[in-house]
Design a protein around this ligand. Sequence first.
Ligand code: UD1
Ligand code: MG
Length: 629
Amino acid sequence: MAKGVLKNRAEPGFSVLLLAAGKATRFKSEHSKVLHRLAGKPLGEYVLRAALEARPERAYMVIGHEAPEVRKTFERPGLTFIEQTQQLGTGHALLVARRELEQCPSATLAVLVGDAPLLRPETLRALVEAHGKARAAATVLSTYLDDPRGYGRVVRLGAERSERGQDGGRVRAIVEDRLCTVAQRKIREVNSGILCFARIKLLEHLDELSNQNAQKEYLLTDLVEVFQRAGEKVLAFPVEDSLEVLGVNDRVELARVEKILRLRKAEALMRDGVTIVNPEATYIDEEVEVGSDTIIEPGVSLLGETRVGRACVLGAGSTIAGSALGDRVSVRHHSLVTGSRVASDASVGPFAHLRDGAVIDQGARIGNFVEVKKSRVGRGSKALHLTYLGDATLEDRVNIGAGTVTCNYDGVSKYPTIIEEGVFVGSGSMLVAPLRIGKGSYVAAGSTITEDVPPESLALGRARQTNKEGWARERAAGGSEAAAAGRPRSSTADATAQGGKPSIKPLRKTGDVAVRQNGSVTVIELMAEITKSGVAKELAQSIRQAAESHHKQLVVNFSHATSLDSGATGELVAAVQAVQRQGGHVKLSDLSQEAYQTLEAANLHHFFEIHPNEADAIASFGKAGVSGG
Ligand code: UD1
Ligand code: MG
């Protein structure tokens, strides 16, 4: 076994066995509990670190559920894994470890549970020491809880009820919560899950464990009763701060412990001179370093191995992960910085994204909606608005205009862009990589640059502008087409606007309505009384159909109709409006006096364009100068 963590051990000699084979049953999770993330690290990492920091002679970890992942996550020199393929209880985990324990050199074995992340190494050492001094066979690390539910109760000899002040009393049993009597349930002293054993005695009695209980599990805690029956001395060692032995058995407890860890870290930083505006709404991983006089606004996350210098301001909602920031750096609201470096006096954000090895040199400025990937931005350079810099190198004092993009990817490979010192890139430029823009050059706004630019040049890469004078005026005078521009368009109008000539489809023939074409004008002639049932509908349908087939100039000839009623008028108005919406025109001709009066009575004689006869109506289209489309 490697000896990495084992040298320099302090007395008394002891070894640790960490139980971590269980599934996260109460997490309702498929994953091992020790792999669940707590304040940025796997849950099991905390107690493992505390155990190793206490300098044991040997360190063992019992793994089972998701063993390969767990092994990979926690592997380190000096740690021996023991596999418990079937998880039949904490006592069974010890049975499985028997062979290793027989070879263990230590007099004392501390058994730890994987879900006690707040345990301190000092407490573990104190437990081991107390255990050694008292020459006990076993010592339970206990604590007193106001709400002991869920924990195993420490039942002391001579009293079913255990109170403070009886700490000296030997322990008769540890009874799991679900197996407690009513009286035992009231006991406030609980088992932390962490126990010390005299190793030889443990091995002597281990086989006396049975699974003959309601759980059908081998319970490590049953060893206390076994020892007691054998006349061995079992003691409890209560820890002062009960938080230290808080077990994490579900996600509510996970969040509770996360909050405690976050607050501890925030408080340590605040004591070291960092201002944290709202510590409860700030998420700082344990190994993060922050210099004094830095201000951290609410909602900031500092994750992984992140270093922040002095006098920085980290704006609300920003996340900085695995990154290094110099002094006086400003990260403004809602920026995301991952795996990147920002030198002193630089500023980033709001809403900036630095990633994958972005390097922002001293005094450089990255503004809003700017993404920088695997790129270096030289001293004093600026990219302040709506820009993407990928695989780019910007030397010093480069100015990148709004909306500039380094086009670094052709769908297969990534290519570099090099922008030399003092270059000015105008807004809206597309810099197609691979590309080098020489020192002191200018790129005109709106350019697409595909070839290298020599130093001290102006690169213009855009189509020349042409102005067509009077174009809009002519368009406005163009009548129906132009007038239609502001309205919701039919497919007809769209086709026209796109310059395509709409195709005029032949029209359907019906009995009561005749349709014929006169030049660009479509004449729809009523062949029956419009008041006759169904005729008005048929007329309206013909009008609509004509318009939909790109006939825009319509005349409705009423010469075979004498009367008109409100129902027919309604149909007619709706059809005419439909045509107008598509940019077409409908005119009426040959109305009888009676029909005209009906329109007049309804005040609709101005709504329709009415002509005395068909020829006039057709001619009037020509006069207005409306083209047939
Ligand atoms: C355990 C204690 C309980 C104590 C509580 C404190 C036992 C029987 N009970 O209960 O008295 O108050 O911790 O938090 O010890 N494990 C294995 N193999 C198995 C079963 C479990 O390695 O077959 C591991 C788990 O992965 C876990 C640890 O043992 O790390 C404890 O198991 P858990 O189910 O959390 O026990 P608790 O019910 O919390
Ligand atoms: Mg537990």
